[in-house]
Design a binder for this molecule. Structure first.
Ligand code: ACO
Length: 158
């Protein structure tokens, strides 16, 4: 068995599989999802995929935080439903952290979750204050973020 974590934009042949994996967890139109995946690049945002024997079994997205340099926001972390509980999520996150440090030269990772607090605590993430993942933007975006922050727990790891 070979496990590999690679940036999606370096392996566009896996885009459709990646789209299906994410949409299996968070339903969205294929067109919108594919367009979002098209934005993956060497600078942020970057979509990382976990490959097991050349099949996409995991995904996470690294995004910029306009108000914070040397940090990124991790979102849409997902492992194939049939393969959870086997350490693949941990492998994906540790590889993503390595990518953030080694390739992107970042020092800190933030994320927000409702329901997976134990998973991230076990990986060494600490609870933190909500951060704004948007720059100076319109108020509707802020209120959406504020609503989400009220319900979710926010975590960071240096
Ligand atoms: N509750 C408690 N412990 C958990 C949970 C959970 N829900 N999920 C994993 N763990 C623990 C495991 O027991 C394991 O502990 P151990 O190291 O002591 O043995 C450790 O965390 C690592 O578990 P993995 O097997 O690597 O986790 P898995 O491969 O199942 O992936 C994931 C975890 C990604 C959360 C998966 O369950 C999933 O895809 N869930 C649905 C989508 C989701 O909720 N994603 C997170 C959204 S938040 C965000 O994107 C920032």
């Amino acid at each position: 068995m070979t496990l590999q974590v690679v940036p999606l934009h370096k392996h566009p042949e896996y885009k459709e599989q990646c789209c299906n994996l994410i949409n299996d967890e968070w339903k969205r139109s294929t067109t919108a999802r594919m367009r979002s995946l098209d934005s993956s690049c060497d600078n942020l945002p970057t979509n990382l995929i976990l490959l097991k024997d050349n099949n996409v079994i995991g995904h996470c997205k690294l995004s910029t935080i306009p108000s914070l340099q040397n940090a990124c926001f991790v979102e849409s972390v997902v492992i194939d439903k049939t393969l959870r509980g086997n350490g693949y999520g941990k492998h994906l996150m540790l590889s993503a952290e390595d990518y953030c440090k080694r390739v992107l030269k970042l020092k800190c990772i933030y994320l927000s979750t409702k329901g997976q607090e134990v998973f991230y605590s076990k990986l060494g993430y600490n609870e933190c204050q909500p951060i704004s993942i948007y720059g100076g933007c319109i108020s509707t975006v802020h209120s959406y973020l504020n609503n989400r922050s009220k319900n979710n727990e926010n975590f960071m790891k240096e």
